[in-house]
Structure formats: structure tokens, C-alpha cells
Design a protein around this ligand. Structure first.
Ligand code: KMH
Ligand code: ZN
Length: 279
């Protein structure tokens, strides 16, 4: 298979998240059926990976392992996307439940590199938890995606790799999560600083702009050679007053922006190679 080139881009879709309620946004895919249909539509639109938060029968966020396992199996059956489970969960989830996410056997897991103020809440990721989760991902052969919410977390990644070695698979993929109230802003000077500070071991990076920063972050990442994450976890409007109706709209828009930048979306199979995820 051909290597991923600078003229290509990996699009990750984050369709659900843990923060928005189904009542507030009925278009949010919260059932397994909705999630699989979303995955299929997004893969057809150019996505290569899916970042998954699972909901229960009441549409509330859950980290119940059986539910996660069922979701991973259904996505593997229904689409080709690289399946990444969130270990961030919701701000209310405990560390043990977040570690147990890996029991569901995903291809990839998110791994946030430090504690962040998250709106009025705190997204807790103390160093011992980060190390436990990292070591568990190495033992269980799950490829982590390092989520970096601020510049301090970029440097923390360097420490993790120095002290605990490379991830399973040997590639180091990071996602800059920008524009969270409490994290780094979603602007270009910050992106330039964060990318310049990435540890030398990093082999690929993407960026995610929350809310209003979605478009500037995506355009900046495309210009700087980064990959993209989009989805209703991160933004619920296409423009002021225009709600997103389907996650695929955001993937289609990402692919169209990439086309303007003369970059084309990679397939899920290419993403597996980029991230060193088992085929
Ligand atoms: N829901 C946030 C508290 C992740 O998925 O790893 C954490 C989050 C990051 O979304
Ligand atoms: Zn998430």
C-alpha cells in the first residue's frame, strides 16, 4: 500500500461526545443503530477514523464495558473505520471506569495528557492516571491518540515518551484540541507554537477546533500539514443559526476544505498504516 503523503489528509469524525443531550439535539447519534449509520455515511464522505463516546438507553454517556464491546463489534461489522474509544468519557467518570474502556478492545483510544478546566467543570487527568492508562494501552496493544488541550500537555507528552517509551505500534499520533474554555485557544499563533513544541517522536498530528474555532483550526491544520478531526462532539452548527443535521455534513465540509488545499482524504486502510493499527 502507498504511504500517506503530504497531499493527503486523515479525517476523524467525533460524532457524539459526552456533553450534548439528545433532548437538546435530537440529531445527535446516540443509539447503536444511529452510530453505525453515521459511521457508514461518514466513511463514504471521507472519514478514516471514528472517535466514539457511547450512550445508554436513556441517551446518557456510559462507560459500561459490555456496551462498549458491543459498540466496537457493531462498528467493525458495519464499517471499515479505525475505531477509537474515548477514555476521557464525561467529566463525571471515575478513573477506574476510564481505564476499563480498554477491555472493550478498540483499535485506538484517546489519552489526554493533563488536567484541564473544561467550561465550569474539570476534566481530571493527573499524571499517575495518565501513566497507568498509557501502560495499559501498551499492554493491551491499543494505539493511543494523545489529546493535547494546552501547551503544557504538549511538553507532558515528551516526558511520557522519555520515561515510558513509545506506544504500541511505534507511531505517535496527537490531536490538538483547541478552543475548549479552559484550554488553549483555537487560533493560528497557538497552533504554530503547539506544533513547534511537539516532541520529535510525533509521527502525525491532527487538530480539532471546538465551537467557533472549528473553521480557523481546520484551515490552519490543512495549511500546516496536519490532519483533521470534525464532528458533533466539537461543533453543532455549520454557521451561525444553521444546525448540523448529520455528522457527514461536517466530514463533507472537511473534505471540501482539504480539496481546496489540494489534499485528499485517506482511506481507513491507509489510516491503519499511518497509525500502525492492526488491519
Ligand atoms: N468529554 C470530555 C470531558 C476524550 O474523548 O478523550 C473529554 C473528551 C476527551 O471528550
Ligand atoms: Zn471525546
Amino acid at each position: 500500500m502507498e504511504k500517506v503523503s503530504a497531499q493527503q489528509v486523515m479525517i476523524t469524525v467525533a460524532p457524539t461526545g459526552a456533553e450534548t443531550s439528545k433532548q437538546a439535539c435530537p440529531a445527535l447519534p446516540t443509539t447503536l443503530k444511529e452510530l453505525v449509520a453515521t459511521a457508514q455515511e461518514c466513511e463514504a464522505a471521507g472519514a478514516a477514523m471514528i472517535h466514539v463516546h457511547v450512550r445508554d438507553d436513556e441517551h446518557l454517556p456510559t462507560l459500561e464495558v459490555a456496551r462498549l464491546t458491543e459498540t466496537v463489534a457493531a462498528l467493525r461489522e458495519g464499517c471499515g473505520l479505525v475505531v477509537q474509544l474515548s477514555t476521557g468519557g464525561s467529566v463525571h467518570d471515575g478513573f477506574d471506569a476510564r481505564l476499563r474502556v480498554l477491555e472493550a478492545g478498540p483499535d485506538s483510544c484517546s489519552l489526554t495528557m493533563g488536567t484541564t478546566n473544561f467550561g465550569d467543570d474539570v476534566f481530571a487527568n493527573p499524571w499517575p492516571f495518565v501513566v497507568d492508562l498509557y501502560q495499559l494501552s501498551q499492554e493491551r496493544r491499543v494505539v493511543p491518540e494523545f489529546e493535547l488541550f494546552d501547551l503544557g500537555q504538549v511538553h507532558a507528552l515528551g516526558r511520557l515518551l522519555r520515561e515510558h517509551g513509545l506506544p504500541y505500534g511505534g507511531r505517535v499520533h496527537v490531536d490538538l484540541v483547541m478552543g475548549v474554555p479552559g484550554g488553549m485557544p483555537g487560533d493560528l499563533p497557538t497552533m504554530v507554537a503547539a506544533v513547534a513544541a511537539l516532541p520529535a517522536e510525533v509521527t502525525s498530528w491532527s487538530a480539532t477546533g471546538i465551537g467557533r474555532s472549528t473553521l480557523p483550526v481546520a484551515l490552519g491544520a490543512l495549511a500546516m500539514g496536519g490532519h483533521l478531526r470534525v464532528g458533533m462532539e466539537d461543533v453543532l452548527t455549520l454557521a451561525r443559526g444553521v444546525p448540523v443535521e448529520r455528522n457527514a455534513q461536517l466530514v463533507e465540509r472537511a473534505a471540501a476544505m482539504a480539496a481546496l488545499a489540494q489534499r485528499s482524504p485517506i482511506t481507513a486502510a491507509q489510516a491503519r498504516e499511518l497509525l500502525a493499527v492492526a488491519p
